[in-house]
Design a binder for this molecule. Structure first.
Ligand code: GDP
Ligand code: MN
Length: 384
């Protein structure tokens, strides 16, 4: 689970990392009030789970509360990498002298955490890593000893940090390590870690990735996830144990098994279509899960046809068919549906669906071709 900037910074602050004063706003009016309360120059920042917000226009400086309101007006509702901005963080603006990078990431191959720092902060660290890897200093963290102060000093030396900042820098690194460990995170990153004109270090941006397997012992983060969920579709998908990823196309795909779902998406593309989503309903899909999956797919306004591809190994095809019928009874829709069922009880499943005027197919290529045709023709709805 990725944390938002404001969440990561709140966690940083709990571990002694200095962050700018700031508050979250959901409306331009709130942004204005916060700016007035903070006083002076503020920065209004889009809260979405994507990097590069600055380049996308999601970060604006404002000199007055009225400007902060205008900035929030421009940013709220904006799309950044396909995500709609629903909240902005209004922070006291910093006077930046230099932008550093400081992060701790899990190196899976090395089976340990690695501390990374660079004097070339602010920009995408992946770009720095690709273009000038020598500008990134590293220190491997021993899993038994944890991050040691001498490692912070070593890294500070490698990036030629001003000696006057050494104590602060060390404290921030150790705090970041604590924040990561206590949150069951696999990544904790400050980019930029600003050196202010006044000679202070300040975490201006924050990013954390928390291991989903640790969420059972992170009740606060799990609750926050419920509250901040990007879309109702993703929430519903999780409740029913479905893996769902929204995409830009127009053919809704419902498949059992991740590999089969990928193959189905490839086939859709091969026949000239574009998948609207990845959706894996998993094994043993019963009627209620299939119904939930269809509700999620049909809630996407881009969907012009639905392609259902079920391999009935453990899953019984007649049960899947009943689930499809049940879902359509719940969610009336004019979208054409192509179903390919194969495996246990496939004849019975196909018969049930054909009776209800669904388009059925025997092979995946046939199903994909028909789904693309149906989407492009805007075929009439199945009569349920
Ligand atoms: P990102 O683009 O999503 O990584 O968002 P950041 O929070 O890292 O902001 C991008 C850039 O905006 C930073 O690298 C800074 O150059 C600038 N920025 C962010 N906060 C401030 C601030 O308080 N004052 C000033 N002057 N610039 C800021
Ligand atoms: Mn950043």
């Amino acid at each position: 689970m990725n944390l938002y900037e404001f969440q990561s910074k709140q966690i940083f602050a709990k571990h002694g990392i200095p962050i700018p004063k700031g508050e979250l706003a959901q409306t331009p009016e709130e942004a204005e009030e916060i700016a007035a309360r903070l006083g002076g120059r503020v920065v209004v920042k889009a809260q979405v789970l994507a990097g590069g917000r600055g380049k996308a226009g999601g970060i604006r400086l404002a000199e007055t509360p009225a400007e902060a309101r205008a900035a929030a007006e421009a940013i709220l509702g904006m799309q950044i990498k396909g995500l709609t901005v629903r909240r902005v963080l209004v922070d006291q603006a910093a006077d930046i002298a230099q932008e550093l990078y400081l992060g701790i990431v899990l190196d899976r191959a090395g089976r340990r955490l690695v501390l990374m720092a660079s004097a070339a902060g602010g920009v995408d660290i992946e770009e720095v890593a690709a273009a000038a890897p020598e500008k990134i200093a590293r220190a491997e963290i021993d899993p038994l000893l944890g991050l040691q102060p001498y490692q912070m000093r070593q890294v500070a030396c490698d990036i030629e940090l001003d000696r006057a900042l050494l104590t602060q820098f060390t404290r921030i690194g150790l705090g970041l390590y604590e924040a990561l460990m206590r949150s069951d995170a696999t990544l904790a990153e400050i980019n930029p870690l600003a050196v202010t004109a006044g000679g202070e270090l300040l975490a201006l941006d924050g990013k954390m990735v928390v291991d989903d397997n640790g969420l059972y012992r992170q009740p606060e983060l799990a609750r926050a996830r419920e509250m901040l969920e990007e879309s109702p579709a993703e929430r519903e998908a999780r409740q029913y144990g479905l893996s769902y990823v929204k995409l830009d196309g127009y053919i809704g795909c419902m498949v059992n098994g991740a590999g089969l779902a990928m193959a189905t998406m490839d086939m859709t593309k091969l026949f000239g279509g574009a998948p609207a989503n990845f959706l894996d309903i998993g094994g043993g899909a019963r009627a209620d899960r299939v119904a939930a999956a269809l509700r999620i797919i049909l809630a996407d306004p881009n969907v012009r046809a639905v392609l259902i591809n079920i391999f009935g190994g453990i899953t019984r095809c007649d049960e899947v068919a009943r689930g499809i019928l049940e879902a359509f009874a719940q969610v009336p829709s004019k979208v054409p549906v192509v179903v390919r069922l194969i495996g246990t009880n496939e004849e019975e499943g196909r018969r049930l669906l054909a009776e209800a005027n669904f388009i059925t197919a025997r092979t995946l290529s046939e199903a994909a071709r028909r789904a693309v045709e149906a989407a492009q023709a805007g075929t009439a709805a199945p009569a349920v």
